[in-house]
Write a protein that binds this ligand. Structure first.
Ligand code: FAD
Length: 556
């Protein structure tokens, strides 16, 4: 496959319009990702990741991603003669993209491959997939995240394990026992509240016991219910005896009849348009309990721990794609006598974007790798840094997909010109779902309060890296984190966003010191901890050689 990545010396097209970036390899052209895969011990996946990288950059995949978003899913609630069917009609491109996601391991890899480095391999695939079509990552990553939760119901897991482990996308709307693979979603959020799921009102009434476990009938609603064509959802409902509990609610009951889960309306979303999301009602919908009765919130939150990692990986992917598209454009487009990329202020902006992308990739991929480890530091890092990374990387993607769009000038704002609008509209959802920004910051504090020794261990580690590298601004940041923890809890909560930002930036700075070039690490630290650094006027890469930094970011 011939890459059509621009070189900075490429000639100017007569009309100064930029050729589409296509038929390139997302993996081989990303040195930061490749090094992260090697560091995470996932070299065994190298050939497959190279194949995936070419697949994601191929023109056919780009067209399918575009079509899956342009021709949005439609709700078909009723058959022609009025029977409820509660189906979603998709453009064929959606299934093409779903097949790629599934084949590339995004629905199961870390739970089907016992190697701890499978988490790193998985992270690399999701990172690339999200760059090209993020909507399909929703049902596929939820499927992966439900696997450890479903294991809590042994008979149900015995039945579903091979279907979850399959690399095939089977979209048929038939009972799961007849399928070659299944997808599973999550239903928590009701009208009264998503962050505060304790207010949920959906009721579950015991209905005996069967081969799949303890059975219940669920009545109520979900205000957000993504990917309703999944073969089942893990849903939260309260029992009269014990309160919130977690249930597996399939689309079809075991007797082969359709489960009464009524799809009411599709959400008309800002972005993420390829993925269907809807409002539903359960009318005595059949479900089996997963986990202990009354322990539904911690049971389903385990799933959210994994999907929060996914949000960080996916937003790091959006940042990478924003960088790549901005660089490609600025190297081809000329204004005022030279390529945009060579205009000093633009070089600086792009270098800042490159630093942000590298730091986001390092944080997300490093976090993924720690999910496969039992080491004490990795556990502490996972518990505290998962919500911190989700908060910070997703927020940065919201800001910088907008900045990258502007690098394209007016073309950036036009859907038919390229993917910039889609990247921009995609970014906020990762920040909102699976726990919005403030809730993530509260989660960081909650993790610290629950196991203060985790925070000790994590800050000790960050301090060690900062002092070994003789990086005084970073040492000062870690000192401030420690001082913040000594404050009364109410004060700390008031400042939770600032604390989480400082924590995420400090972790990124340490990772840059450990794994990036000395030039990039130095630039990251001197810019991010400069009081003048800010989202607009303070954009500064802090490097004396921004052009060198850009050359290193783009190995195409
Ligand atoms: C496209 C899309 C798909 C979704 N799919 C699903 C799905 O499949 N399944 C599902 O269960 N849910 C889904 N959701 C719901 C999503 O998880 C919730 O919207 C999200 O968790 C926030 O809940 P909420 O909307 O009720 O907002 P609220 O809980 O009302 O929060 C509103 C704001 O207040 C902030 N806030 C809340 N509590 C505090 C506090 N104590 N201190 C400070 N600030 C606070 C939040 O951070 C947020 O910014 C989806 C949402 C979207 C947008």
């Amino acid at each position: 496959m011939t890459a059509t990545l621009a070189s900075p010396q490429a000639g100017v097209h007569p009309d100064n319009q930029v050729p589409e970036l296509k038929d390139y390899n997302l993996y081989s052209s990303d040195p930061v990702l490749r090094r992260a895969v090697a560091r995470g011990g996932a070299q065994w996946r190298e050939a497959e990741l190279l194949r995936q990288g070419a697949e994601y950059g191929a023109e056919a995949t780009l067209r399918a991603a575009e079509d899956a978003n342009r021709y949005a899913p439609e709700l078909v609630a009723f058959a022609p003669m009025g029977q409820r069917i509660d189906q979603i009609k998709f453009h064929p491109a959606w299934h093409q993209i779903m097949a790629i996601a599934r084949r590339n391991g995004i629905a199961n890899l870390p739970f089907t491959d016992a190697r701890p480095s499978a988490w790193t391999a998985y992270g690399a695939s999701l990172f690339m997939h999200s760059q090209i079509e993020a909507g399909s990552a929703c049902p596929t990553t939820m499927t992966k995240a439900c696997i450890p939760v479903l294991r809590r119901n042994a008979p149900l897991y015995a039945l579903t394990a091979p279907l979850l482990a399959s690399l095939e996308h089977d979209a048929r709307d038939i009972p799961l026992v007849q399928k070659r693979s299944i997808a599973v979603g999550m239903g928590m959020t009701e009208k009264q509240g998503g962050s505060d799921v304790r207010t949920n009102t959906t009721r579950a009434v015991p209905a005996g016991s069967g081969p799949w476990g303890d059975e219940y009938l669920l009545t109520g609603h979900k205000w957000f219910f993504s990917a309703p064509m999944c073969d089942g959802h893990l849903a939260l409902a309260r029992t009269d005896a014990h309160g919130p509990s977690c249930f597996f609610v399939p689309r079809w009951r075991p007797d082969g009849s359709k489960n009464p889960i009524h799809l009411l309306r599709l959400k008309d979303k800002v972005g993420n348009r390829s993925n269907s999301g809807c409002e539903v009602e359960f009318h005595e919908a059949w479900g089996v309990r997963v986990g202990e009765e009354g322990r539904g919130i911690p049971t389903i939150i385990e799933m959210a721990t994994y999907t929060r990692l996914d949000c960080a990986l996916s937003s790091a992917g959006l940042l990478r794609q924003a960088l790549v598209q901005a660089l490609h454009y600025a190297r081809h487009r000329h204004a005022f006598g030279r390529a945009l990329a060579e205009q000093p202020m633009m070089t600086e902006l792009l270098a800042d974007l490159a630093l942000e992308s590298e730091a986001a990739t390092l944080l997300a991929m490093d976090l993924a790798g720690r999910f496969g480890s039992d080491e004490a530091l990795d556990g502490a890092w996972r518990r505290i840094m998962t919500p911190a990374a989700k908060f910070w990387v997703c927020k940065r993607a919201v800001a910088l997909t907008g900045e990258a769009m502007e690098v394209w000038g007016g073309n950036g704002y036009v859907e038919t010109s390229g993917p910039m609008g889609r990247l921009f509209r995609e970014a906020p959802v990762n920040s909102i779902w699976e726990g919005s920004g403030n809730v993530m910051c509260l989660d960081v504090l909650r993790a610290i309060a629950r196991q203060p020794e985790d925070a000790q261990r994590l800050l000790e580690h960050l301090h060690g890296v900062a002092t070994a590298a003789a990086a005084p601004p970073l040492v000062a940041q870690v000192r401030q984190l420690r001082a913040a923890l000594a404050q009364p809890p109410a004060e700390l909560e008031r400042q939770a966003r600032r604390f989480t930002q400082r924590l995420a930036l400090s972790a990124q700075a340490c990772l840059m010191l450990q794994h990036a070039s000395a030039e990039a690490a130095g630039a990251f630290i001197s810019s991010r901890f400069d009081p003048d650094w800010g989202p607009v006027t303070g954009i500064s890469s802090g490097t004396s050689e921004p052009a060198a930094l850009l050359r290193a970011a783009w190995a195409g």
